[in-house]
Design a protein around this ligand. Structure first.
Ligand code: ARG
Length: 463
């Protein structure tokens, strides 16, 4: 048996773990990510033990000094525990005993690695959620900046990826603002359930020591404590909820990515990618590839995968802690890192990596039948039942396509032949700009609506 194992496991064990099994069992390679939170949790636990007179003030001070030294060593790159330590919790405890001597062995009084790892993970996720919310704000700010400059820039709007009705580009971008606003709010809601302390739940049943869980929770800025110790050590709902929120962020980023990829194609030609955010091909010299949005779209799957993995990992677990739960970390960490990386990349891409081709956009909205609804609305507003007007315009579109004409090319005479209610103001009504402006219903693409939406968006991000 190695020295390390003797120190941590009881004398019940007579022989050492098989080296392959030791590696299989260990989480130190990835849970080292939690070390700062582990130290913070242990500091709070120590202070609580001293306050409750479970250890003396002097012992408490020595433990605190030792833990702080480990933090310094880690930050300076001088604390690199290996697989012998199994996990970050043992690694810290062993080092503490090396530094402060036998009193270090008192650190684990009244707690278990089960409540400890739950505490660490929540402290970690709490901080990450705050960082991701900040990144969402930066992403939103770029969306609003571009939208503000493009209220009157028109872009074809699609349903079924078929030209439908023209839009204000700002309105289109603000749809993504709304999605990210929900993401931001959703993370705030998840945060409430992350910010609950399991510390002091012990292995599963609480502890025989007169600990004060509320005090340690307060030191760690948790909103409250888990009310049931079994639930406290084995609940991972908060991580699943986070991965769900992260998956939705990725859905939104991926949809936007898909649009940017389409827009940058020769066929659409709505945006040009700048050199800082596009890559070339190793063989085709003419290529400029949208790697950034493609990677975002591609990485989306792994975050969904982590959510799925966590759900499946949890579904068969009897109460309370089971080692399966060690599997919660890599997916969670990767989910966090992926979302952060994708948000940062998309913010840069939007902010400085692409340019809308306004001329091309203007041509696009002028050269189609996306004003057909407005012709029907024109008649309907003059008393013709909408369905009748709709059928009539369908016929006009058919004959115009056959004649190679657009609606704007019809003569007033032709309009009047179609229906006596048509007059020369039909030409104004079907101008793309007017078609957009006229959709002034609440939440619509009309410029007035978009300007109001922009104002609200600005005030939301400044909150
Ligand atoms: N490394 C473990 C994990 O990540 C820590 C908790 C271990 N608890 C135990 N009873 N083996 O879940």
């Amino acid at each position: 048996m190695t020295k390390t194992q003797q120190q941590t496991w009881s004398q019940r064990f007579e022989s050492a773990l098989h080296p392959t099994i030791a590696r299989f069992n260990a989480s130190i390679n990835f849970d080292i990510e939690l070390i700062e939170y582990d130290l913070t949790g242990s500091l709070a636990h120590t202070k609580m033990l001293a306050k409750c007179e479970i250890i003396s003030t002097e012992e408490g001070e020595r433990l605190v000094a030792g833990l702080e030294q480990i933090r310094r060593e880690y930050r300076e790159g001088n604390f690199n525990p290996d697989v012998d330590s199994e996990d970050v919790h043992f690694a810290v405890e062993h080092r503490l005993v090396e530094i402060v001597g036998d009193v270090g062995k008192k650190l684990h009084t009244g707690r278990s690695r089960n409540d400890q790892v739950g505490t660490d993970t929540r402290l970690y996720l709490r901080e990450q959620i705050q960082q991701i919310r900040q990144l969402l704000r930066e992403f939103q700010a770029v969306l609003v900046d571009i939208a503000e400059k493009n209220v009157e820039t028109l872009i074809p709007g699609y349903t079924h990826l078929q030209r439908a009705q023209p839009l204000s580009l700002a309105h289109h971008l603000l749809a993504y603002f709304q999605m990210s606003q929900r993401d931001w709010e959703r993370l705030g809601d998840v945060y409430k359930r992350v910010n609950i302390s399991p510390l002091g739940c012990g292995a599963l049943a609480g502890t025989t020591f007169p600990i004060d869980r509320h005090y340690s929770a307060q030191l760690l800025n948790f909103d409250k404590v888990y009310d049931n110790s079994l639930d406290g050590v084995s609940d991972r709902d908060f991580a699943i909820e986070f991965l769900n929120a992260a998956s939705l962020i990725m859905v939104h980023l991926s949809r936007l990515s898909e649009e940017v990829i389409l827009w940058s194609s020769e066929e659409f030609g709505f945006v040009t990618l700048k050199d800082s955010c596009a890559t070339g091909s190793s063989i085709m010299p003419q290529k400029k590839n949208p790697d950034v949005p493609e990677l975002v779209r591609g990485k989306t799957g792994r975050v969904f995968g982590h959510l799925q993995a966590m759900l499946v990992m949890m579904k068969g677990l009897p109460l309370a802690y089971n080692k399966d739960l060690q599997e919660d970390k890599e997916g969670l960490f990767d989910g966090v890192n992926t979302v952060k990386a994708c948000l940062s990349a998309m913010t840069i891409l939007l902010g400085e990596g692409l340019e809308f081709r306004n001329q091309r956009l203007a041509e696009a909205v002028a050269e189609d039948f996306s004003n057909a609804t407005d012709v029907a609305d024109y008649l309907a507003a003059r008393g013709v039942p909408f369905r009748e007007a709709y059928n009539l315009v369908g016929k006009v579109v058919k004959t115009s396509i056959a004649a190679g004409k657009l609606l704007k090319d019809l003569t007033l005479e032709e309009w009047k032949q179609l229906h006596p209610k048509f007059d020369k103001d039909i030409y104004e009504a079907i101008l793309p700009r007017q078609v957009v402006a006229a959709r002034n219903s609440y939440g619509g693409t009309g410029f007035e609506q978009v300007n109001q939406a922009l104002q609200i968006a600005r005030s939301q991000i400044n909150k």
